[in-house]
Design a protein around this ligand. Structure first.
Ligand code: FES
Length: 167
């Protein structure tokens, strides 16, 4: 078993021992586990199904039904484009297109180097700054397409340093 699998097994066990073991507990179990792991790996879903004595397909069905759940690990940095009303009115979709082109991925996807994941959000409460993009936990205001490269700039040295390490 890899270190990652051991970690998943341990975290799943912790959540299951704290929560109930009824089918009705499935959603809160999944929520708690995603909070700890950042996503819901197949191994964890199988363990939950066994523990709740339900088919694995039922767990998978719930995970894919609610878009709050992730099946893949998140990127190191998250890019969330606000498409609430104010941001939409100020060109939120144009901003989203700019991020899609820059990162070459769509909403719900992750860059191949696992550096960034892209998604959309509803209003994040800073409409005066529309259109807003939340990068990790920081809201960036007035994100027009020309600002996208500048926002990513602080992350480049970090990435280049790590690329250099691999050489
Ligand atoms: S609509 Fe985007 S912050 Fe409110």
């Amino acid at each position: 078993m890899t270190a990652e699998q051991t970690h998943i097994e341990r975290e799943t066990g912790k959540v299951l021992s704290r929560m109930g073991r009824k089918k009705g507990d499935l959603v809160p179990i999944l929520q708690q586990l995603q909070q700890r792991l950042g996503y819901l790996p197949r191994q964890a879903m199988a363990e939950i199904a066994r523990s709740l004595n339900i088919p694995e397909m039922d767990v998978y069905g719930v995970v894919t039904f609610y878009n709050q759940f992730r099946l893949t690990p998140p990127g190191r940095h998250s890019i969330r484009v606000c498409l609430g009303t104010a941001c939409h009115m100020k060109g939120g979709y144009i901003t989203l297109d700019a991020w899609k082109r820059r990162l070459d991925i769509g909403p719900g996807e992750i860059t191949p180097d696992r550096e960034f994941d892209l998604d959309t959000v509803a209003c994040v409460g800073c409409c005066a700054m529309a259109p807003v993009t939340v990068v990790d936990d920081k809201a960036q205001g007035e994100v027009t397409p020309t600002r996208v490269d500048g926002i990513l700039l602080p992350f480049q040295p970090e990435k280049e340093k790590e690329d250099g390490k691999d050489r």
